[in-house]
Design a binder for this molecule. Structure first.
Ligand code: HSE
Length: 404
């Protein structure tokens, strides 16, 4: 079966490499050979093996009836949306790592796929190489998912790990992550949590079966996390992790991304460097965890190629599975952020100690650094936290993911 790749950047060149290197293995497992007919990119790559199949015109792909499966690894929501839509309308399955597009137009694109007898698959859009979406959508059919706590951004996990273990400066750790090809073109999307927010929106929409848009995901990045926060974390036998937290209760769903203190006895504590993980709690299965490389050329390409193989089997009618949109456009019932409850580590100036004690009441003191008063609050709603913190000079506040 002829396939095409749209985009020859980090992930696109990885898909090209995996399809070539593992050609025989894929053929054996999928029951058919995937032959790369075209690679679309605006640039030229003199001397690169891609040259023989390189095109600058998307119509070469769309108008070739032999091309049945397309990988969209261009990123962005402009041309990527237009080309994906055109490919699906031409009856070609599209497999993508483009979380921005899936989070914003995924439902529409899945419906177009359904109408045209093809598939829109996006395993690589969340958790890089970790099989996460397919297990949730198949292996966990017997469960009602109660909550998911995940580390979904490799770049920020890499930065936080390097800051914690090597005392690296933020900018130094970010430069390393960029150089290794983990970061987004604009790393603000990583650092400010927008990348994790998109992935959270996709996961929450899948588990809820209704749209949880990016606007529904309260998002805080890691740019305010300091070396002093890590000092407190060490005192508490904890690390700082950018967590995606999705909770479902009484027909409502809440989703947020923020830095959390995660203690050593939590499975997510050991997730270091560029690794991602998702700790899922189902009402029947209990806790299960998925772990692996959340970013990088070959891990992400592995997930795209797995989708391409599945789509190819479907297109060749070797498998009966047809696209069923993972979520509908109906808005999920979202828990207002004000109602979400967590405990927090709060640092205030030493002079604010009495005021903080009065405002928060039930607190646990943490041995402070000089000139500060630090404490862990009771589990309280965002609304109650903000009320208590009003008038205090809060140096920093990090939510904690442990109860005692
Ligand atoms: N910039 C993303 C990350 C790439 O660091 O996780 C994978 O989505």
């Amino acid at each position: 079966m002829k396939v095409a790749i749209m985009g020859y950047g980090t992930v696109g060149s990885g898909v090209f490499e995996v399809l070539n290197t593992n050609k025989d293995i894929i053929a054996k497992k999928a029951g058919l050979e995937l032959e790369i007919g075209y690679v679309l990119d605006l640039r030229d790559f003199p001397g690169d093996p891609v040259e023989s199949v390189l095109t600058h015109d998307v119509n070469d792909i769309i108008n070739d009836p032999e091309v049945k499966v397309v990988a969209e690894v261009m990123g962005g929501v402009g041309a990527a949306y237009k080309f994906t839509k055109a490919a699906l309308e031409a009856g070609k399955s599209v497999c993508t790592s483009n979380k921005e597009l899936v989070a914003t137009r995924g439902c529409e694109l899945m419906k177009i796929a359904q109408e045209h007898g093809c598939r829109y698959l996006f395993e690589a859009s969340v958790g890089g190489g970790i099989p996460l979406i397919r297990p949730i959508m198949t292996a966990l059919h017997g469960d009602d998912i109660v909550h998911m706590k995940s580390i979904l951004n490799g770049t920020t996990n890499y930065i936080l790990t390097r800051m914690s273990e090597a005392g690296a400066a933020f900018s130094e750790a970010l430069a390393e992550a960029q150089q290794k090809g983990y970061a987004e073109a604009d790393p603000t999307a990583d650092v400010e949590g927008h990348d994790a927010m998109r992935k959270t929106s996709i996961l929450a929409s899948i588990v809820e079966g209704k749209l949880v848009s990016c606007d529904d995901v309260h998002t805080e990045g890691i740019s305010a996390v300091t070396a002093t926060d890590f000092k407190y974390a060490r005192k508490l036998h904890a690390g700082v992790k950018l967590l995606s937290v999705i909770s479902r209760e009484n027909g409502r769903v809440s989703a947020m991304v923020a830095p959390f203190l995660v203690r050593e006895d939590n499975e997510l504590y050991g997730v270091k460097g560029v690794k991602n993980a998702s700790l899922i709690c189902g009402n029947a299965v209990g806790d299960i965890m998925f772990y692996g490389s959340g970013a990088g050329k070959l891990p992400t390409a592995s997930a795209v190629v797995a989708d391409m193989a599945e789509a190819a089997q479907c297109m060749a009618e070797l498998s009966a599975s047809k696209q069923v949109p993972a979520w509908t456009e109906e808005k999920a019932d979202i828990v207002p952020f004000d109602e979400i409850k967590n405990a927090s580590l709060v640092r205030v100036a030493a002079a604010d100690e009495q005021a903080a004690r009065k405002a928060f009441g039930d607190i646990r003191e943490v041995a402070p650094v000089e000139g500060e008063f630090a404490f862990i609050t009771a589990v309280m709603s965002e609304k109650d936290y903000n009320k208590a913190a009003q008038g205090l000079n809060v140096i920093s506040r990090i939510r904690v993911d442990f109860k005692d």
